[in-house]
Write a protein that binds this ligand. Structure first.
Ligand code: BDR
Ligand code: CA
Length: 313
C-alpha cells in the first residue's frame, strides 16, 4: 500500500478528498496534517472528527501553526461555510491530536516512500522544508494550487491556496520537487446535480452525505460563477497518484509572486524565456470521463456504466 499524508484545510473539497483517499484500497493514510486556509486549523480539526464519525475510522491528526509564514490569515468561509462543511454543523466526537504538523511530516518523510497530498496553503510543508529539507529528498508532493492558463479565484491571476500563503508556495517550489494541479485543470471537474444524482443511486448513504456537504458550495458556484454544480478541486490530487495515465503533465520553471497586485500568482515560464532549470511538474489536462469513472467507482464501491455517465457529464 502507498503511504500517504494528507495536508489539508478541510473545507468541503478537502473533505471529499479525505473520504476518497480513505475509500481507496491502495492507500495507507499515515495521518492528516492540518493547515489554515478555507478554515483555520481548529475548525479543520473538528471537520476531521466529523469525517471520522461518518467513515467509522480514526486518523492520526497533527495541527500546524495557525498563521501563514508572513501574511495575515484569510479564510474562505464564504465558500465553505462558517463550519467549513457548508453550514451543516454535523455532530462529532473529539479525537486526540498533536500540534506538530511540520515535525510529523519530517518524521514520516525520513522513513521513505511517502506521498504528500497538499490540498491547502503550503505553510506546513514550507516550515517542514525549512527545518529539514534533506528529509524530503524522495518524497512525492502533489499540490492543488495556483493557476496557469486562466483567471484565478482570488484575483485575475491568483488561486486561493497560493494567495493565502504565497511565501510558502514560492519556498516549496524552490526547495522541493513538486507536482502541481492548478485551478485551470481542476475547474474541469464539476460535480453537477446529474452526477450527484447518479452517485446517490449507486450508494445512497455516501451520496446523501456528499449532497449534504456540497449544497452550500453549489449555491456559491451559482451565485459567483453561474455554474450549476461545484468545482471539487482537491480529490483530483488523490486520483493523480492512483491513475497517472488520466493526466497530461509537463515540466516547467516556475515561481510564485509573493506581494503586490499579482500576489499568489504562479508564474510559469511556458516559453523558457528565463533559461532556468525546470522545477515543477505541471498538470495541464485530464481525461474527464475516466476521471469521473474512477472517482465514482471508489466513492460508491460500485461499477460505473460509462454509457450513462457520458450523458451526465
Ligand atoms: C482551493 O482552495 C480551496 O477553496 C479549495 O479547498 C482548494 O484547495 C481551490 O482554489
Ligand atoms: Ca483545500
Amino acid at each position: 500500500m502507498k503511504k500517504i499524508i494528507i495536508d489539508a484545510d478541510p473545507g468541503i473539497d478537502d473533505s471529499i478528498a479525505i473520504m476518497l483517499a480513505s475509500m481507496a484500497k491502495e492507500y495507507k493514510i499515515l495521518g492528516i496534517s492540518l493547515v489554515s486556509g478555507n478554515v483555520d486549523v481548529n475548525k479543520g480539526y473538528i471537520n476531521v472528527c466529523r469525517l471520522s464519525k461518518f467513515l467509522g475510522r480514526g486518523f492520526d491528526i497533527h495541527l500546524g501553526k495557525i498563521n501563514p509564514l508572513k501574511k495575515e490569515l484569510i479564510n474562505a468561509e464564504d465558500t465553505h461555510g462558517t463550519d467549513g462543511l457548508g453550514e451543516t454543523f454535523l455532530d462529532y466526537e473529539k479525537k486526540n491530536y498533536a500540534e506538530d504538523a511540520e515535525d510529523f511530516l519530517i518524521r514520516e518523510a525520513k522513513k521513505g516512500g511517502l506521498t504528500i497530498f497538499a490540498l491547502g496553503p503550503l505553510t506546513n510543508i514550507a516550515r517542514a522544508l525549512e527545518k529539514d529539507k534533506e528529509a524530503f529528498k524522495d518524497t512525492r508532493i502533489i499540490v492543488m494550487g495556483g493557476n496557469y492558463k486562466s483567471y484565478g479565484n482570488m484575483s485575475p491571476v491568483s488561486e486561493f491556496n497560493f494567495y493565502v500563503d504565497p511565501d510558502a508556495a514560492d519556498y516549496v517550489i524552490k526547495n522541493a520537487n513538486i507536482e502541481i494541479i492548478p485551478l485551470d485543470v481542476t475547474r474541469k471537474f464539476v460535480l453537477t446535480p446529474n452526477i450527484l444524482s447518479y452517485i446517490k443511486r449507486l450508494n445512497k448513504n455516501r451520496g446523501d452525505f456528499l449532497e449534504k456537504i456540497t449544497n452550500f458550495y453549489m449555491d456559491f458556484h451559482w451565485e459567483y460563477e453561474k455554474i450549476i454544480g461545484s468545482v471539487i478541486n482537491d480529490p483530483l490530487v488523490v486520483l493523480a497518484e492512483l491513475r497517472e495515465d488520466l493526466f497530461t503533465k509537463n515540466s516547467y520553471h516556475a515561481s510564485v509572486i509573493t506581494d503586490g497586485d499579482a500576489r499568489g500568482m504562479l508564474m510559469v515560464d511556458g516559453m523558457d524565456f528565463l533559461k532556468q532549470d525546470k522545477n515543477i511538474i505541471l498538470y495541464e489536462d485530464l481525461k474527464i470521463l475516466e476521471v469521473w469513472t474512477e472517482f465514482i467507482e471508489i466513492f460508491t464501491g460500485e461499477k460505473v456504466d460509462k454509457e450513462i455517465l457520458e450523458i451526465l457529464i
